[in-house]
Ligand binder design. Structure first.
Ligand SMILES: [Zn+2]
Length: 235
């Protein structure tokens, strides 16, 4: 999280807004994401109206392109996360009926507008919005987030990174490549680093996270502690 925050600061001029995610919420989302592999998950989030951003943090992280009043929940740390759906990329954005309470989906989007912010995972694909993601985001009041997870064995769909956009690694800067011990004596299929093993047994090679606004602009993300300071503070 410290490495990610440092990148967010270095690249702040490329973003029109800023969201702050508590570290324990990220931890919860990562756990749900990893225990659901190889499926994709959809997570709904609200803002915590009791936790405004610290002005000294905003002052440091607002860049040249910052636009005030861009989205709902702006200026407040994100609150509790709720896992809303799990499935493949075609079904996961359609929130189950028990979540939408019969709300007419055409007027509020397939997700029923129940939460302010949304996050979904991209199992074995870069964290860059697809055309469907951009369409689903048109109903988002706050911001959309995508968590990309590179893992093996990858199943039928290998790692997909043929997409245009700014990628943001969510992992320490220096990780040594690790050989798969089960392939000893043979050329290793994978020289990729292993960040850890998911509860499903998958090896995790990479994580990336981005946020965007329905207008198509990027939203900067930082991870904050219980006091509201970004990990790695002071920079
Ligand atoms: Zn997507």
């Amino acid at each position: 999280m410290s490495a990610y925050n440092a990148d967010s600061l270095a690249n702040k001029d490329g973003y029109s807004g800023l969201i702050q995610i508590p570290g324990d919420i990220l931890q919860q989302i990562l756990f749900w994401s990893l225990e659901s592999l190889p499926d994709e998950i959809l997570v709904g989030l609200d803002s915590d109206n009791t936790r405004p951003h610290l002005s000294e943090v905003d002052d440091l992280f607002y860049g040249d392109e910052f636009e005030e009043g861009k989205f709902a929940g702006e200026g407040f740390v994100l609150g509790d996360a709720t896992i809303v759906n799990r499935g493949d990329s075609f079904s996961v954005h359609h929130v189950p009926e028990e979540w939408t309470d019969g709300i007419f989906t055409q007027s509020r989007g397939p997700r029923g507008g129940r939460f302010i912010h949304w996050l979904h995972t991209h199992p074995n694909a870069v964290a860059i919005p697809s055309k469907q993601d951009a369409e689903a985001a048109q109903h988002t009041l706050g911001v959309d987030m995508i968590l990309g997870i590179e893992f093996s064995p990858s199943g039928p769909l290998p790692w997909y990174d043929d997409a245009e956009g700014v990628r943001r690694k969510l992992q320490p800067n220096d990780i040594a490549p690790v050989k798969n011990k089960r392939q000893r004596g043979w050329f290793s299929k994978s020289e990729k680093p292993v960040l850890g093993i998911a509860p499903t047994g998958h090896q995790i090679h990479g994580l990336e996270l981005i946020s965007f606004h329905k207008s198509g602009t990027g939203i900067n993300v930082i991870f904050v502690n219980d006091e509201g300071y970004p990990y790695g503070w002071p920079f």
